[in-house]
Design a protein around this ligand. Structure first.
Ligand SMILES: NC(=O)c1ccc[n+]([C@@H]2O[C@H](COP(=O)([O-])OP(=O)(O)OC[C@H]3O[C@@H](n4cnc5c(N)ncnc54)[C@H](OP(=O)(O)O)[C@@H]3O)[C@@H](O)[C@H]2O)c1
Length: 266
């Protein structure tokens, strides 16, 4: 079996390519240059996994072009990397995924949609930077709202299950971690793993600068912070647990994910 992974050169895509390779499946990571001739880039693949770039300005157009190319290249099977709670109209990048999901469902292809929660890995760079005497894990939203934070490696393993096994056509799976947690929990788990105090702290979202981003990206992320501030991003644990059970795995806790990701941090 051969899988083309769009967005395969990014953070999520590299994890998916690695999970497929671990199962003996050949995977072709594709980045933005694939869009110069998408049908050619997809040709010969048995399935395509679609990951859009973070905060894409027009995710439905991105996904729509992949659907058209997949049909032209004669690829019958497609999986789409969406997000938990896509229909959240106050968050434009979630809403783009909700609209794109609709395109996938009406594509005429055999499809599966995956809706991961935010990854535990999102906190790793900040945690690596906590000084030896301890410090803060700062986020511009509440540290006590509920999240189903998930290990990206578990999301990738579940994606490989869906791409390689039967019974997933027409399914939409929310992929949340094994427990409902908060950013305060992440700080506490990091304290244990690093052996130094880490305190989660909400910073003023109005003071968040978003260096390196353009105005639209900043606005969209501010909308996400406001949503997280009020609601978090809770998910249920069961779909991920069921998918991983088919390959003898259980979902990884926040603490275990951090222990793996922060190993060797000085
Ligand atoms: N982070 C989370 O917690 C989380 C949770 C749920 C869902 N997601 C979703 O996961 C997706 C991927 O996030 P990520 O952090 O893995 O992304 P990423 O590391 O930024 O990867 C981006 C990928 O998209 C490609 N790309 C960039 N600009 C492009 C363009 N204009 N046209 C076509 N391809 C382009 C890149 O190719 P090049 O190598 O050629 O640049 C790369 O393969 C996002 O849609 C995000 O919303 C993230």
């Amino acid at each position: 079996m051969h899988v083309a992974v769009l967005g395969g050169t990014g953070k999520t895509g590299r994890a998916v390519v690695a999970a497929l390779a671990q199962g003996g499946v050949s995977a072709r990571p594709l980045g933005r240059s694939a869009f110069e001739d998408l049908p050619a880039a997809l040709s010969g693949a048995d399935a395509v996994h679609v990951i859009a770039p973070n905060l894409h300005a027009d995710e439905p157009a991105y996904v729509g072009s992949v659907l058209a190319a997949a049909r032209e290249a004669g690829i019958g099977r497609l999986t789409y990397h969406s997000v938990a709670s896509p229909y959240a109209p106050s968050m434009p990048h979630h809403l783009g995924k909700a609209v794109a999901e609709d395109l996938v469902r009406r594509s005429g292809l055999r499809w599966t949609i995956l809706q991961p929660c935010a990854y535990v890995q999102n906190f790793v760079a900040a945690l690596r930077a906590v000084p030896a005497e301890g410090g803060d894990l700062e986020v511009p939203y509440a540290v006590d709202t509920p999240f189903g934070l998930v290990d990206l490696d578990d999301v990738a393993a579940a994606t490989a299950v869906v791409l390689t096994g039967p019974g997933h056509d027409g399914a939409t799976y929310e992929l949340g971690g094994p427990a409902t947690v908060t950013v305060a929990h992440v700080g506490a788990a990091a304290s244990e793993v690093l052996g130094r105090p880490v305190t989660a702290r909400r910073t003023d979202p109005g003071a968040w600068r978003g260096d390196g981003l353009d105005d639209r990206e900043r606005t969209w992320l501010r909308a996400m912070f406001a949503y997280y501030d009020d609601h978090g991003l809770p998910t249920g644990p069961l779909p991920l647990a069921a998918l991983l059970a088919t390959v003898g795995r259980t979902p990884t806790t926040v603490g275990a994910t951090l222990a793996r990701e922060l190993a060797g941090t000085s």
